[in-house]
Design a protein around this ligand. Structure first.
Ligand code: IMP
Length: 427
């Protein structure tokens, strides 16, 4: 295994945590390169479930170096909560194992307040954000007024940046959103009080990844959210605020694009979406409810019920184009058990035309009609299968058809939440 990027090929929640955890076994370094604690990666080992929002999922493997790259936005309180929770489970979370880039932007209390205030004001047009302050933090980064993890070494700089930020944000909060202003002193005092626990983790992530690569070690780049939530290429404006595409693994970790060797797209065997935005193959019927219940489709971060629908290969073709996928890891195949028929959305129709790729105009995706191909379902319990040969023929036919339609090999198949419930196909 060379350096591998893992991305969610749909709208997030594809089961990346499990695959990252699995591939971590063959890597020495795991890096997160975008997003923040809007993500929620659920990992189940020997029946025990751990949900991580910020710290790379590789942390559950002893001895792996886990890094948070410059492209991430980091809530320092959430980081410390995760560190404490993992330490309580006996996981080594010392700075020798865990690092944060000094260039990583920090999510501060006013980002969270603004996130919630904006959503509340968007009545009827909500994005359905996770409310974790992700968008406002990336806004400050782009506006060049953000606070970065490395700033915690300079208390005067922290105070000056927070003061500058609040001069503007408190006007917005008070006048436009009718919220209480945020207290500058309180923000600074709290941040500086926890700074001594964060600064030991500061690491030149770019150099650490390069060193590992030079030594011939395998680096795993752990994506969050999904390709169709990408700020540029997703279903704008119903997207997150970072680039989720594989190429951003390089920019968000501080390495050149040639460092990225294989790109694994995690594809759930059906489609889900949390929050607002178009979803052509959505099922608002008994089948959709069956998928939600059987697949436990409730957000790992917010607990919100996920919208569920048939597998959509039109969006997957675009994922392949945007990310140069080399492999697919197909997850939650077991959830489809007992459905009499399996539909795959193979194309869209829009204004009398058939489309193999999503239309690009804002709002167009909400107007398409899905074109389905129907395959027979299966009734067998496949959660105990450990090879393709053990899978019933209808399941194998479903996997084969996905490979044909998307044009990428399915090299991993997941048939249950546990680490062991996985089929790895040899090349
Ligand atoms: P934000 O990232 O909190 O700003 O939310 C923007 C959109 O991305 C909303 O529709 C969220 O539901 C969605 N989103 C953010 N993070 C995740 C994730 O990890 N999984 C699935 N959806 C997500």
């Amino acid at each position: 295994m060379a350096n591998t990027v893992i991305i969610g090929a749909q709208w997030g929640d594809e089961g990346k945590g499990k695959i990252v955890d699995m591939l971590s076994a063959q890597s020495q370094v795991v890096v997160r390169f975008q997003g923040g604690n809007n993500a929620g990666h659920t990992i189940k080992v020997n029946g025990k479930e751990t949900i991580l929002h910020l710290i790379p999922s590789g942390i559950l493997h002893e001895g792996k170096r886990c890094l948070i790259g410059n492209g991430v936005v980091l809530d320092p309180d959430v980081f410390l909560e995760e560190v404490d929770a993992l330490a309580a489970q006996g996981v080594d979370v010392s700075p020798e194992r865990l690092g944060i880039s000094p260039k990583t932007h920090l999510i501060l209390p006013y980002h969270k307040t603004l996130d919630k205030a904006r959503e509340a004001k968007r009545a009827g047009k909500k994005i359905g954000t996770t409310g974790r302050g992700i968008g406002p933090c990336y806004e400050d980064k782009a506006a060049r007024v953000g606070l970065r993890a490395g700033d915690l070494l300079q208390p005067d700089l922290v105070r000056a940046k927070v003061r500058h930020a609040l001069q503007e944000k408190n006007v917005l909060l008070r006048e436009l959103y009718k919220y209480d202003p945020v207290d500058e002193q309180e923000v600074c005092d709290h941040l500086l009080s926890i700074a001594p626990r964060i600064t030991p983790y500061l690491t030149d992530v770019s150099a650490a990844v390069q060193e590992a690569d030079d030594k011939g070690q395998n680096v795993l780049f752990e994506g969050a959210q999904g390709i169709h939530l990408d700020i540029d290429h997703g279903t704008y404006p119903f997207v997150t605020s970072s680039n989720t595409v594989a190429g951003n693994a390089a920019a968000g970790a501080g390495v050149g694009p040639r460092t990225l060797n294989s790109i694994v797209g995690i594809v759930k065997a059906y489609t889900t979406r949390v929050g607002s935005g178009p979803f052509p193959s959505e099922l608002e019927d008994d089948t959709g409810r069956y998928l939600r219940t059987n697949g436990h489709e409730f957000g790992a971060t917010t607990g919100r019920p996920r919208r569920c629908g048939w597998l959509d290969v039109v969006i997957l073709r675009e994922t392949v184009r945007l990310c140069s996928l080399t492999d697919i890891a197909l997850t939650k195949l077991d959830v489809l058990q007992n459905l009499p028929e399996l539909n795959i959305c193979v194309a869209y129709e829009l204004d009398g035309k058939r489309l193999d790729y999503p239309p690009q105009g804002e709002g167009d995706l909400a107007r398409v009609t899905p074109v389905y191909e129907t395959l027979p379902g299966f009734v067998e319990d496949i959660s105990g299968c450990r090879s393709m040969e053990e899978l019933p023929e209808n399941v194998r036919a479903y996997v084969r058809r996905i490979e044909e339609l998307v044009g990428v090999r399915v090299s991993i198949v997941s048939v249950g939440a546990d680490r062991e419930q996985t089929i790895v196909r040899q090349a």
